[in-house]
Design a protein around this ligand. Sequence first.
Ligand code: ADP
Length: 538
Amino acid sequence: MTNTAQHSTSMPGDFIDQLSDGYFELDRDFRYRRVNPAALRLVHLAERDLLGRQVTEVFPEVSATEVHAAVMRVMAGGEPEHVETYYAPLHLWGINSIYPLPDGVAIVSHDITEQKRLERNLSFLAEASKVLASSLDYQRTLRAVAKLAVPHIADWCAVDILTGPRSVELLAVAHVDPKKVRWAKELRKREPVKLDAPSGLPNALRTGKSEFYPEITEAMIVAAARDERQLELIRSIGFSSVIIAPLLVRRKAIGALTLVTAESGRHFTAADLSTAEELAARAALAIENARLFTASQRAVELRDDFIAAASHELKTPVTSLKVYTQVLERQALRRGETQTTAQLGKMNAQIDRLTLLIGDLLDISKIEGGKLTLEARPVDLNAVVGEAVEGVQLTTPVHRIAVEGSTTRFVIGDRERLGQVVTNLLTNAIKYSPKADRVLIRLWEDERAAHVEVEDFGIGIDHEHVDQIFERFYRVSSPDEKTFPGLGIGLYISHEIVRRHGGTMSVKSVKGRGSTFGFALPFGERKGLPSTTGAIGD
Ligand code: ADP
């Protein structure tokens, strides 16, 4: 009957024993008088370890905690209190509700460790994702992520990347103590990973599946060590749990993320495993993005180098071809061979087209290499437009090009390059209006700028393409445009030339009705005819 007597002042026994929360009852001397099974599970102790003993005797670190202060207040006659605490020796987060009893206090402890862990893991993932998305230098980002993981979710964090079928490189390793980081790096140099080992990192890399060791036992350490020396080493780190999550790209491991708990004594849970796997997935994506970006950059560089070299190489033979064709044409003319002369004339025109194309490709390389130099002289746009119209008019038997308006002031610029822009707009206007018979070119000026506009009544451009039309190699790819040959560089070069003159280009277009391309060139500060000459800078 001792039991009944002991419980006389406490809550009903069966109810307390069934509580999923921990129940600790203390007498006036802070000695445990009653605990339920949930409480014993929380503190990993047996009833005999607690009953009759003082709180601070069993848990010395408790005396400095907020919860102990609250227990003292309630014991001294205070109101019930609810305190959220973290008890480090047990890695335990809890909400403790303390109620007064006639001759002591009752503490109900609600375990929120898993919830806290989840919250912390989620905020870590959010932070790590930001870091991963912050730059395309994946080596640096992975180092930053490893640092972020320590000590929030692990005591050690390492990232290994496969550098070949038989080699793996330790890309990042983090620990709160920089000495240990150095030591880990040196160790890896001395003892490289054996990729054919049956478990651990090599296995995760091989299978693409995580390796999870929530509890590292002495037996496991003995089994893993290759020799006495390594056994000592592994023991000295004091592993308590390990997660190795592979970095998967298209289901193949390109590396792995290793998280280790050691001196903190914590053990990873299933929640930590999913956090590690999620982090590994995001890291793998970041690595893949960075690699693809580098590869595409490299491909663009190769293409540009090729264009530069090819157009340069093509220029010389085409120039000689032109000279010889002209000689042959003159000879045929002298001999009165009209048919041959006409054919050679056509050949000549085709060589001119080829020369223009090569010229455009060379211009592209010059623009990319920052080598497009422009003159800065007073230019009469009326004359530039007149010459361009004359030249382009010769190439079209169908369209009549009409000039409207004029300008009175000079602009500063490169006459030839501006002529190239006008010619390009006129050529496009004719090319993309095969069923029309006229093209308009307008000139006018206002206070600040001279304006040139070329209007055609052709196929027009869909609204969705208008923003990209001045990009390098951009061509509209709907069926209407398929029949027109071209490289998609004329407008890009024109745009660059106008931009380098401090001007702007514009386009208005209605699909099926026609387009109006134009540019505006600022006059600069000086009114009237400017006298400055020299090169226009970027
Ligand atoms: P290209 O004509 O050699 O393809 P451009 O850079 O001059 O290259 O033009 C880019 C694209 O813009 C063309 O492929 C065409 O689809 C569109 N475009 C240019 N000018 C016109 C125009 N006057 N009317 C309709 N579409 C045009």
